[in-house]
Design a protein around this ligand. Sequence first.
Ligand code: FES
Length: 141
Amino acid sequence: MEFEDLYQEIILDHYKHPRNAGEIKRECTSVEHENPVCGDHIKLMVVIDDDGIVQDVKFIGTGCAISMASASMMTEQVIGKSKTEAMKIIREFVEVMRGDESPDALDEHGDLTALKGVVKFPVRVKCATLAWHAMKNALNT
Ligand code: FES
């Protein structure tokens, strides 16, 4: 199997079976973010405990396969992390997408590596970063 096919499969798996999709019913921080290019949006619900650990993240959204797969992957990356660690991975991901950091930096973050190819399609970068900007806003509130 070619790497590109494998990446495609990982992205489709997250799109069709999104991790942490849904709503958090208890008290949480809720943020919404929109992709200005297409109007697609995401609502993110985040629970951070008193020690600053991201306890839970769930999302509901409307968007393309890349945006929803990326949201699913993002939740997996940040749950259980401290706010500082979560911010670090968000910053790293956004820098890769902007072309400021080598795409290979994503290799050590599990399924995120499947999004490396997005960098070659600037118009899709906003799709891939939608949930990540929302998460950054949630951590900053
Ligand atoms: Fe709207 Fe990708 S086309 S988020």
